[in-house]
Every structure is written in C-alpha cells, then in structure tokens.
Design a protein. Structure first.
Length: 330
C-alpha cells in the first residue's frame, strides 16, 4: 500500500516507523469556514461547495499536510454563513425529546430499559455474526481506496475501524445516561463488556489487516470522555467496569506493533496513567514465558515503550512473581 508514496507522505511514514528523517511531518489542519478553505487551497469562491473533496485536499496539500487519518472533506458543509446548520438536533444537541427504538429516554430507568431490551441484543447478534476474514478485507479495501483518493503526497493512517467500549451519552443524553451510570453500574459494566467482546473480534481483524497489507502502523482512537475540567465520570469507577474491557480490546493492535493515539475534546490527563498501564499489560501478555530457573541478573532495555517495550516485557516476565532478598538496580 505504501510503495508509490510521494516525499511528504514518505516523511510521515518513516517518522511513524521511527526511522531517521530530515524534517518534521505536518498533520492535517481541519478548517470549517468555506472562505478560508478556498483561500488556503488557492480556489475561487464557491469552489468548496461545488467540489468539497478536491478543494479540501488542495487545502491540505497547500498547508503542507503529510498525514491525514479522518476524511472530513464533507464536514464543513454543515457550516453556513451563520455557523452550524443542516442537521437535526440530537440527544446532546438540544433535542426536545430523545427516542431510541421506540423507547422515550426520559429517566435513568429508560436508559437501562433500552440497553437491556434493545442494545444488548444488537451487540450479541453482531458478535455471533462476526466474520473476521470479511472484516479484514473491508479494512484493507477501505484504506487502499482512501489512499488512492487522497493521492500519493499525503499518507492515510488508521481511523474509524478499530473499536473499544464507549460511554453512550451520545444516544441517551448527558443527564439520563450519567444518572444511569451512577445508579446501575452492573448494567453499565455489561454494556462495556459486550462492546468489548465485539471490539476484540474487530481489533483482531484490524491487526491482521495491518500485518497482511502493511498498513502504516498508526491508529487514532477517538472518544470524548472528558471536558475542560476533567473526566466525565470518576476515574476510579472506570477501573472496575471499563478499563479491563478497554485493555483487552487494544491488545491485538499493541501486539501488532500499531502506535495508538487518542483524540479527546477535554482534559484526559487523569486517565493517561491507566491507558499507559493497559498498553504495558498488552506487551506483557505477549512476553516470552518465564524459564523454570530464576535468573540471578537481568539486563533490560529502557528506551521507551514504543522502541523496546516488548523486549523489556520479555525480560521482566522472567522475574515476575519471584522473590529476591536483595535487588540492585544499576
């Protein structure tokens, strides 16, 4: 997939692969106002509305973008001269009434009702029907098609095909969903577990796609779990009902050598140590099994997870669970 890349896309790919490079690759810049898109693209007024994809990509090339993950060329069409327009109001954008599959969401209990009577059944059916080979083929085909549309000068990286459990406030609204989250943690845990079961199957297919098609080993996770003040829920609550399912979901991608980054509109810092720990556990799960004899000395690298994390995990697995009277660290 990466054989015919231009110089700027190659710069991005070599950077992702941690090769020595000259220069700093630029990521996409997402502009919403049509006038500015056209000005940066060197286009005429009205060109964006007439040809959004090509005008948007011309803007990206003009500003020196080397990498693009999310294909948002149609997104600015939702903006007009007076701001955001053109979409029905939803659960988090001012809808007067939220109805999911015929169930009016007007209380925490209605959220639970919809989860138990509708959503859980949908997830269980999707898990039963999952076809790994078809999923691999779909990911490879989509990424290749998008790279061809973008052209050789900008590298297309992963977005939108790996999964993990998410907070469902987008479907139910903030008040009723987070009230249900606080009142019914066992229901929330089941929702995260079923999301995790499906995401694990999907991410195994995604990992295969990365290996078999040599896709650029970078993927952007995307979920707003925070606002400017911090996480939307207590981080301690995530430890028991969310984090274990997130950790097992990302394991296939970590083991495949894919670098994961997370975009969040808010202050995610309270979650960062937990996310790092999840990545470490994924490396340890694939570590070389411990030998029967206990080592008397251990030499391990410390260049950082992305460079030598798996080798370090192989090393420390040899001493895991063993008792030593004295430990000397050099």
């Amino acid at each position: 997939m990466t054989e015919a890349l231009g110089a700027s896309a190659r710069l991005a790919l070599d950077t992702i692969r941690r090769k020595p490079v000259k220069g700093i690759p630029g990521w996409m810049l997402h502009v919403m106002e049509h006038e500015h898109i056209e000005r940066l693209a060197g286009a005429s007024p009205g060109d964006y509305v007439r040809n959004p994809e090509q005008t948007y990509l011309a803007m990206q090339r003009a500003i020196g973008a080397c990498l693009l993950d999310q294909c948002l060329w149609d997104n600015p069409l939702t903006m007009g001269p007076r701001g955001f327009e053109g979409r029905d109001r939803g659960a988090t954008t001012g809808a007067r009434e939220v109805v999911c599959d015929g169930i009016v969401i007007d209380s925490p209990e209605s959220v639970v009702q919809h989860l138990e009577e509708r959503e859980f059944l949908k997830l269980e059916a999707a898990i039963s029907a999952f076809d790994e080979d078809a999923a691999v083929e779909a990911v490879v085909r989509r990424e290749r098609e998008l790279q061809a549309r973008i052209g050789p000068d900008i590298l297309k990286t992963g977005y939108g095909f790996a999964g993990f459990p998410k907070l469902a406030y987008g479907a139910y609204g903030y008040v009723h969903y987070f009230s249900a989250y606080a009142l019914y943690p066992e229901v929330m845990e089941k929702h995260f577990r079923l999301q995790g079961d499906l995401a694990l199957l999907n991410n195994r297919a995604a990992a295969r796609a990365y290996r078999e098609a040599s896709l650029p080993p970078l993927y952007r996770l995307d979920h707003d779990m925070a606002d400017s003040r911090g996480l939307l829920v207590r981080p301690e609550s995530l430890d028991d009902i969310w984090l274990p399912h997130f950790a097992r979901c990302i394991e296939p991608l970590v083991r495949a050598g894919v670098t994961l980054i997370w975009h969040c509109d808010g202050n995610l810092m309270a979650l960062v140590p937990r996310l790092l720990e999840a990545g470490v556990k994924a490396l340890l799960s694939d570590a070389v099994p411990a030998r029967p004899e206990a080592p008397i000395a251990l030499v391990a690298p410390h260049a950082g997870y992305i460079y030598s994390g798996q080798i370090a995990a192989d090393a420390y697995q040899q001493v895991a669970g063993r008792d030593y009277a004295t430990i000397v660290i050099l």
